[in-house]
Design a protein around this ligand. Sequence first.
Ligand SMILES: *[C@@H]1O[C@H](CO)[C@@H](O)[C@H](O)[C@H]1NC(C)=O
Ligand SMILES: *[C@@H]1O[C@H](CO)[C@@H](O)[C@H](O)[C@H]1NC(C)=O
Ligand SMILES: *[C@@H]1O[C@H](CO)[C@@H](O)[C@H](O)[C@H]1NC(C)=O
Ligand SMILES: *[C@@H]1O[C@H](CO)[C@@H](O)[C@H](O)[C@H]1NC(C)=O
Ligand SMILES: *[C@@H]1O[C@H](CO)[C@@H](O)[C@H](O)[C@H]1NC(C)=O
Length: 948
Amino acid sequence: MRNSPNERTFFWTQANALLRKNLTYQKRNVKTNVRLILFPFVLCLLMLLLQKLIEKQILDKPENKCGCICTKTQGDKCLEKECGIQYSDLSQVGTCPIPHPPEWPPLMQVPVPQYRAVKSIFLPFLDLPDESCRKNGSCPISMFFTGNNMSFGEIMYENMLPSTLTINISDITGSMALNVLGSATKTGYSNFFEPSFFSDLPIYLLQSQCRQNSTFSVSVQLASISMQKEVKCAQVLHLWRNSSWEVNDELYKGYYKSNTGRQINEISAGYDFLNSNGNKFNVSIWYNATYKNSTGSRPIGLARIPRSINMVSNAYIQFLLGPGNEMLFEFVKEMPKLETPNKFDLASLLGPLFFTWVILQLFPVALISLVYEKQQKLRTMMKMHGLGDGPYWLISYGYFLALSVVYMLCFVMFGSVIGLKFFTMNDYTIQLVFYFIYINLQISWAFLLSSIFSNVKTATVTAYIGLFGSGLLAGFLFQIFVQDTSFPRGWIMVMELYPGFALYRGLYEFAQSSFTGDTSGTHGMRWGDLSDSTNGMEEVLIIMFVEWVLALFVAYYIDQLFSSASRKSALFFLKTFQKKPCPSFRKPSIQSQGHKDFVQMEKPDVSQEREKVEQLILEPTVNHAIVCDDLKKVYPGRDGNPEKIAVSGLSLALPQGECVGMLGPNGAGKTSFIHMMIGLTKPTSGTAFVHGLDIRTHMDGIYTSMGVCPQHDLLWETLTGREHLLFYGRLKNLKGSALTQAVEESLRSVNLFHGGVADKQAGKYSGGMKRRLSVAISLIGDPRVVYMDEPSTGLDPASRNLLWNVIKHAKQDRAIILTTHSMEEAEVLCDRLGIFVGGSLQCIGNPNELKARYGGTYVFTMTASLDHEKDVENLVLQLSPNAKKIYHISGTQKFELPKDEVRISNVFQAVNDAKRNFTVSAWGLADTTLEDVFIKVARSAQEFETLS
Ligand SMILES: *[C@@H]1O[C@H](CO)[C@@H](O)[C@H](O)[C@H]1NC(C)=O
Ligand SMILES: *[C@@H]1O[C@H](CO)[C@@H](O)[C@H](O)[C@H]1NC(C)=O
Ligand SMILES: *[C@@H]1O[C@H](CO)[C@@H](O)[C@H](O)[C@H]1NC(C)=O
Ligand SMILES: *[C@@H]1O[C@H](CO)[C@@H](O)[C@H](O)[C@H]1NC(C)=O
Ligand SMILES: *[C@@H]1O[C@H](CO)[C@@H](O)[C@H](O)[C@H]1NC(C)=O
């Protein structure tokens, strides 16, 4: 059965119908779709604009580009030019080639005058200078010394600074090495230039004692330029401490802590000579590594340690070999470097977050569309017209996939065309595989989550919050974990189970690869890089692929569970392993037997119907369209409530061309009955045959010749009436001219053909038009069996008459089961009526028959003045001794007169006589209406129910 060729053709017919419907639907939504596809374009353009802006405003500025200057000119001509670092403008250092790096005098790091250590309550050491020196900036630079041998230490620090100022003007660099120079400026990122020479702070000449007029300026010739630099004497205070512990303590106390409001007491350096003597030289040096350049995050205090090491080494050499034996530290020179043009790829930097949003954008689209069909019950409607789950899934999934693929292709292509490195640097096959797996995962998740939501608004809000939230969380939290190498990789993988994070991780890896590839001038990610343990792409791809398959499976499973609540058991996929129960086998339970007796006793018409059904089951005939055989539906008890019997043993046989009306109070089980017949739920026991096909096993076959008009109009707001009919016609396997003809006829028959109504969107229809369209849908494709659930509810009388004509016309060659609350409708349309109370048929028959059987009375009403009430009563009793007063209010009385006792002519005669005796303000005689029958039957059935 599963693989019969018939079913396969149905599958493709349905898929085709759904595809065409979806295409039309999307054509209506073309604006939204164009907007969606344009989104990545706009975003990429925005990126490009920003990138160009940055390039123009920052990267292309002359100071950020390596330039050359003429060193020798002849008129306008440049004879010799020097390219590379220009010392008048230091900003080129980063980019220019520097084949001959300049030499800089080594400097010692010293604190600025106002922070140099002074006496305070925290540092009460007597040998520190008084605070007053801070006012004129004349505080000395303090250095600590300690060691095992104090006299050795004293010799050492005497030797560290030259006693006299030795400046040889013709050899300024050399003479600078003879002296100890210090600087309070922070060092740069590299040693290509020395910031001290370009800052306002002076260069300090460190001396044991400053003379008067200790400030002078030297002109220095550095590389190609000469400059004047102020050199200021700074006194160095040698402070001997008894142990390194004391030094530490003092340094600690001087350390600035903002929360205590202490003043800053900075010490330049500290030396611990340990056990050094004439034979060995051990020294520990304290230096302040907290000095940082605010733009570079690494400590740069290190850059100035060499000078302090040389100072102490030089002192030891002098101690060993005597004065004049010097170990000079002449200059610092960086290694030459190549040109490194400034590069900045915004897309790689901003990429992961932005692109995560761009790609996640597709998720709400799929989710909302799925939830919309669920909310509007369109899925159910399509199912009622025979659309199988297979084609539905195939086409819906295929549609979202196609949309996503187009979207992603546009995104990648456009990004590449405008040259975003993010796309161009990385291997395209990796990108395509990554995006393809991800969009599939995303669609599967949309299917999965659509089962949670039943409301489009909630779904929309949740999806968009999720979209932005995921992006932000990933960008500002997840990325930190990824970058933190000490964070356990296992936990990162756990986080990547969330698709948003997996996406972000993948994009992040692309961005990293393209960024490093770009700056290092190599390439971005290649397949070979995936084996690299620091590259997370491999794990992301595996996680996403496995999750995709799982999500798809779970989503399909949940969909089966929900969409056909009790039609299939929770373990529906195990059904194949179970033995199929024999269809003809029926358990003769005692309960049903008892019920049957009661039926036979109480309702001959119903039991007659049952016998007819039993007969038909034994010898099937072709002319019976619907045969229901003891259909039962019991809803299992929930939350402690007892189980609810919705339909209890319904037997009914409908020949072709008959319309049976089901009347019954709300909750009588009419809808449950219809749901079983259209395959939305499965009967608990019993079955029904539609043209010989069992509803339990051959529903797919039944659908092709079945039409349903549900209680509420289930229509796509944006599709026109014609498109609806075309879709359902195709579902019913109509093709080509037969289809167009059927649609035309159908539109004409429900009077939706004229005035362009057929091509108006169903959302703009009036209630009556929608209802007529629903009826037309149920009749398209010439179904042999049609179910109509209250087809004319909420219609004005004119529309209702129109609709009745359509149904009357349609019922000629098909079987129709119709539920209604309107007695008038039932009388007009139905050949037979069944009154349905408490889950079972109370009576069934032709409307007139029913009236005769259950009515059997006339209703006589008379209004007279209050004094003559008694006369009226006597009059009625004369006419019919068994009359019953059923209603009495201030002079108006209503009586039920058994038909067999009364002749209408007698009534007229009696009233005429009475009129002579007293004033009769009004009177009337009416036959029982169907309404009376209905109320009577319903009441008696309910009474019976409460009794039993
Ligand atoms: C301390 O150093 C001085 C100078 O080198 C030396 O003369 C003296 O012997 C040393 N003292 C001790 C206890 O080592
Ligand atoms: C100064 O430096 C020059 C060049 O190195 C050298 O020739 C001259 O002797 C030096 N003068 C003194 C006083 O050291
Ligand atoms: C840090 O170093 C850069 C050059 O590397 C320089 O432009 C900047 O002014 C320095 N900042 C400070 C606070 O010293
Ligand atoms: C350090 O040692 C000397 C000599 O032993 C002593 O006079 C001085 O008080 C000590 N200083 C401190 C701060 O303990
Ligand atoms: C080290 O340098 C930093 C930055 O200039 C300064 O805040 C801190 O107080 C210094 N520490 C000492 C012990 O001098």
